[in-house]
Design a protein around this ligand. Structure first.
Ligand code: SF4
Length: 305
């Protein structure tokens, strides 16, 4: 469990990590967690769900009230074979909406669609409108093709009455030429998500040197993709309930999920710069976190386990 973390899409989100680092169907060049160590399509009970539910109950009993409980993972959460039981278990504990963040690659399977359909919001990603771009950006498991991914997303739309917020991660010069944008337009028309979120390489990525798109270019693409498309701007979080943790362990759990700037940390944990720096220094001295520069900003991240 990690967070609450600031999320540009889900405000304050308490994360449940249900697959180990880093088990995934893909090995995206922009992944904030680094390279995939186990590329697989095998579904298993990676984390015991009773333990996860007991921990969630404890955390919520402290008075924490995030905007969403978000199932994700240090990899792809739909690889967990008991995803449906987990969502049912969460709903027995709390009324807080449940979100699933997925790369969408297993939605061509009926069992995965049925599991995800128990959530309130599903946030799949789609970074390529064709096989060539898919190989280049997502480096998929050999059993996954972009046709499967797109048909799985469309099938899920037909079966799921909840919200689908589709994220397109755009990298300058990789998936943003006019031909690719035109194909994206056709694909999203076919999938019919409730919202389309445009994101770009703002944070440190698995492969160095990826170029982010500027706001103007993102806004232009958003316009082309339709009125339900928005640029996911930098998050603007608010303090989360009584949660005002300064414990280095909470900061570490947040940094295991994604790199954060000093400002991200202060806003997410509702703490002062001084307190944030104190926790950062403690974790650095223990060798648990490091920092990286990107576009003139310092990002802190957890060291690989
Ligand atoms: S970005 Fe997501 S889908 Fe891509 S490799 Fe990382 S964890 Fe897997």
């Amino acid at each position: 469990m990690y967070g609450p973390v600031p999320s540009r899409r889900l405000s304050q989100s308490l994360g449940i990590d249900i697959v180990p680092f880093k088990v995934c169907t893909l090995d995206c060049i922009y992944c904030q967690l680094g390279r995939t160590s186990e590329k697989t399509v095998e579904r298993k009970e990676y984390a015991p769900i009773n333990d996860v539910l007991a921990e969630l109950k404890d955390r919520l009993e402290t008075g924490l009230h995030p905007d969403f409980i978000t199932i994700s993972g240090s990899g792809e959460p739909t690889l967990h074979s008991r995803l449906a039981d987990l969502i049912t278990g969460i709903k027995n504990i709390t009324d807080i909406p449940v979100a699933v963040i997925t790369n969408g690659t297993l939605l061509f399977r009926q069992d995965v669609r049925a599991d995800c359909a128990k959530a309130d919001v599903v946030l799949p990603s789609l970074d390529a409108p064709d096989q060539q771009t898919f190989q280049r950006i997502n480096r998929p498991h050999k059993d996954i093709s972009i046709e499967n991914v797109i048909s799985g997303l469309a099938a899920f739309r037909n079966e799921f009455a909840g919200q689908i917020w589709l994220e397109l991660f755009l990298i300058a010069g990789v998936n943003t030429n006019p031909g690719q944008i035109a194909k994206f337009k056709d694909v999203v028309k076919h999938i019919r998500p409730d919202k389309i979120h445009l994101n770009t390489a703002v944070r440190p990525t698995a492969e160095p040197g990826l170029q982010k798109l500027n706001q103007e270019k993102l806004r232009d693409i958003a316009k082309q993709l339709g009125k339900n498309c928005e640029v996911v701007a930098d998050f603007s979080p608010r303090p989360c309930g009584k949660h005002n943790e300064t414990k280095p362990e909470y900061l570490l759990s947040m940094l295991k999920r994604r790199p954060c700037s000093l400002n991200d940390i202060c806003e997410a944990l509702a703490i002062s710069t001084g307190d944030a720096l104190k926790s950062i220094t403690q974790l650095q001295l223990r060798g648990l976190i490091s920092s990286t520069e990107k576009d003139g900003l310092t990002f802190y991240h957890a060291n690989p386990r």
